[in-house]
Design a protein around this ligand. Structure first.
Ligand code: GUN
Ligand code: ZN
Length: 424
C-alpha cells in the first residue's frame, strides 16, 4: 500500500488533557495507518524519499466522531414541535413509517452518509430505520462510502403506530440476522448496535431480550435516557416499579461497556454512579436539546467524573451534520447554563475538541485504533483549509479556528489513508 508524508498544520489530542499542535507538521501515513506525526523538519529526514503531499495552508485534525444520529430523520430537519413527545408522535413516527419503502431509505442513506463525510465525520453511531430490509440498505450504502459506522435497526414494540411495531421475538430474530450479515463487515468498518429506541417504545420483554442478545453477541447497545421533563414523567408512569429511569435499562442488562446513552440530561447521583460502574458512555447532543427545549446537560459537572462522553448531532432533532458545530454548541449552551444558574463552568476549547475526536472514539470503544495521530492508529483525518486572512501559529489559534470556522472549510475527509470525500 502507498505511503506519503502530509505536510500541513496538524492539531490533535494526545489524551484528555493534552492538545498537540505543529504549525508546519508532517503526518506519515503508510498502509492506511499513522507511522509518525511531528514537526515536518524532524519527520522528513526520518522518512526521506517518501512522496510529500503538500497541504500547506490547511490544518489536519483526526476524523470526527458522531456518537448519536437517526438516519431516517434527515428529511425532518427543521420540523419543530412543542417538545420531544409531540415531535415524535406528530413528525417522526409518520416519517419513519415511510422507510418501509426500501428505495426511499436508500436515498436517505446516500444523502446521510455523504453529508457526514462532507462534515468530516469518519465514524458515526446511527439509528437505522425500524425495518430489516431498509436497515440492510443503509449498511450497503455505508459500505459503499467506506465510512465507519456503529448502526442498528430501531426496535419498538409499544406506544407507537402499529406499522412501526413488531413482537419482541421478531425484532430479536431480525437483529440476529443483521448482526450475522453486517457486524465487523467491510474490513471491520461496520459494527452492529442493538437499538431499543427508549423505554417509552419498548416493553419489559423486549428490553430483557435485547440485554440477553447484547451479552451473547458482544455488540454495542444504543438507546435514549433522561432527555426531557415530559418524557421522564411518562416513563415513570410506565415503569412504576423502578426507582429511576436508568434502573429500567440496568435491570434489563442494557448498561454495558458498549452502551451509548443519548442525552442523559436529568440524572441523579445514583444513576450517574451506576453508569460509571458499568462503563457505559453518554452521547451529549446540545443542539438537539435546545431545539426540542429538552434542557441543558451539565457537561462540566460530568467532565469531572470518570465518564466516557462523546458528542452527537442527533439528526433530525439536531439540525446539522457537523460535530465541530456540535462542539461549539456544547460550549455555547454551557455559557447559557452558567448565565442562568450563576454557577458551573464552560468546557475549554481543548475539551470541546477532545470530545469531538478522541473523546468520541473512547465513548464508542475505538480509542485503541482511532481518535488521534498516535503511531499505529488508523489514518482517519480531515483537511480544513485555512482562510487566507487568518494566522494560525499556536494550538490556541488552531482550536479557535477549527471549532468556530472549521465546518465551512472542510475540504477533504480521509479514512484509512484514502480520500473518501473532497470538496469540488
Ligand atoms: N427518544 C426516543 N426516540 C427519540 C428520537 O428519535 N430522537 C430523540 N431526540 N429522542 C428520542
Ligand atoms: Zn436520538
Amino acid at each position: 500500500m502507498t505511503a506519503a508524508i502530509y505536510r500541513c498544520a496538524i492539531l490533535h489530542c494526545r489524551n484528555r488533557q493534552t492538545v498537540e499542535f505543529f504549525s508546519d507538521g508532517g503526518l506519515v501515513v503508510e498502509g492506511g495507518r499513522i507511522r509518525a506525526c511531528g514537526d515536518f523538519a524532524r519527520i522528513e529526514p526520518l522518512f526521506h524519499g517518501l512522496p510529500v503531499v503538500d497541504w500547506r495552508g490547511s490544518v489536519l485534525i483526526p476524523g470526527l466522531v458522531d456518537t448519536h444520529a437517526h438516519l431516517p430523520q434527515l428529511p425532518a430537519i427543521g420540523a419543530e414541535r412543542a417538545d420531544l413527545l409531540d415531535w415524535l408522535r406528530q413528525v417522526i413516527f409518520p416519517l419513519e413509517a415511510r422507510l418501509r419503502d426500501t428505495a426511499f431509505a436508500e436515498r436517505i442513506a446516500d444523502a446521510f452518509f455523504r453529508r457526514a463525510l462532507a462534515s468530516g465525520t469518519t465514524l458515526v453511531a446511527v439509528y437505522a430505520p425500524p425495518y430489516e430490509e431498509a436497515t440492510d440498505a443503509c449498511f450497503r450504502v455505508a459500505a459503499q462510502y467506506g465510512i465507519r459506522v456503529v448502526m442498528g435497526m430501531t426496535l419498538m414494540d409499544s406506544n407507537a403506530p402499529a406499522e412501526l411495531l413488531a413482537e419482541p421475538s421478531a425484532l430479536i430474530a431480525a437483529s440476529k440476522r443483521l448482526i450475522n450479515r453486517w457486524h465487523r463487515a467491510n474490513d471491520g468498518r461496520l459494527f452492529y448496535a442493538l437499538t431499543p429506541r427508549f423505554a417509552g417504545s419498548c416493553s419489559r420483554e423486549l428490553l430483557k431480550q435485547c440485554g440477553q442478545l447484547a451479552a451473547e453477541c458482544s455488540v454495542h447497545v444504543q438507546t435514549h435516557l433522561a432527555e426531557s421533563p415530559g418524557e421522564l414523567a411518562w416513563i415513570a408512569s410506565l415503569f412504576p416499579e423502578h426507582p429511576n429511569y436508568t434502573s429500567i435499562y440496568d435491570h434489563a442488562g442494557l448498561l454495558t461497556e458498549r452502551t451509548i446513552l443519548a442525552h442523559c440530561i436529568y440524572l441523579d447521583r445514583t444513576e450517574l454512579a451506576r453508569i460509571q460502574e458499568q462503563g457505559s458512555a453518554i452521547a451529549h447532543c446540545p443542539a438537539s436539546n435546545v431545539y426540542l427545549r429538552s434542557g441543558i446537560m451539565p457537561l462540566s459537572d460530568y467532565l469531572e467524573l470518570p465518564l466516557r462522553i462523546g458528542l452527537g448531532t442527533d439528526i433530525g432533532a439536531g439540525f446539522h451534520a457537523s460535530i465541530l458545530d456540535e462542539a461549539r454548541y456544547a460550549r455555547e449552551v454551557a455559557k447559557v447554563r452558567q448565565m442562568i444558574h450563576r454557577s458551573g463552568s464552560v468546557p475549554s476549547l481543548a475539551e470541546a475538541f477532545y470530545l469531538a475526536t478522541l473523546g468520541g472514539a473512547e465513548a464508542l470503544g475505538f480509542a485503541d485504533v482511532l481518535g488521534n495521530f498516535s503511531e499505529g492508529k488508523e489514518a482517519d483525518f480531515v483537511r480544513i483549509a485555512i482562510e487566507p486572512y487568518r494566522t494560525i501559529d499556536t494550538a490556541e489559534h488552531a482550536l479557535e479556528y477549527v471549532l468556530y470556522a472549521g465546518t465551512q472549510n472542510v475540504t477533504a475527509t480521509v479514512i484509512a489513508g484514502v480520500e473518501v470525500w473532497q470538496s469540488q
